[in-house]
Design a protein around this ligand. Sequence first.
Ligand SMILES: Cc1cc2nc3c(=O)[nH]c(=O)nc-3n(C[C@H](O)[C@H](O)[C@H](O)COP(=O)(O)O)c2cc1C
Length: 149
Amino acid sequence: MASLIIIYDTKYGNTKLVAENIAEGINQAINITTEIVDIKDLKIEKITNFDAILIGTPNHWGGPVRGVKKLIDKLGKTDLNAKWIAVFDTYIKKDFEIALKKMEKRISEKIPNLKIITPGLSIKVEDMKGPVSEGEFLKAKEFGKKNSY
Ligand SMILES: Cc1cc2nc3c(=O)[nH]c(=O)nc-3n(C[C@H](O)[C@H](O)[C@H](O)COP(=O)(O)O)c2cc1C
């Protein structure tokens, strides 16, 4: 059975909810074990047990949060068993896909041996603290479902 670790950062909880919805979509589909971890609780050695990595960030100042950037840099220096990676972000206003594109660019520079398995998912929230906009959880579930076979 393939295994996926979903790592997220969050300030107000919305990005965590998105992570949970993606996992729900994946678990509806097939035999993948998923584990969701808050970046603040992550031990880097843990990642070596997984086949695939999904990283989520809120958009802060037009990009991923600092902890996520540091994680990507660290993964580039870690001996990984994982072959695949993908990303997602949450944003307000017009910053659709801005943070995730920067993550994908950083990943291809810092961890070139990991394959970006699917284009990232960008989820809109209504305001700084949320809530997640209407229909977006469904999009997150679908993202999980369609990338899990
Ligand atoms: C310090 C800070 C800077 C932010 N900058 C942006 C930004 O440049 N573009 C944007 O779309 N959203 C921005 N936001 C809104 C966040 O994207 C939003 O708070 C986040 O998606 C909520 O996710 P969370 O509940 O997981 O923290 C910013 C939020 C904070 C707290």
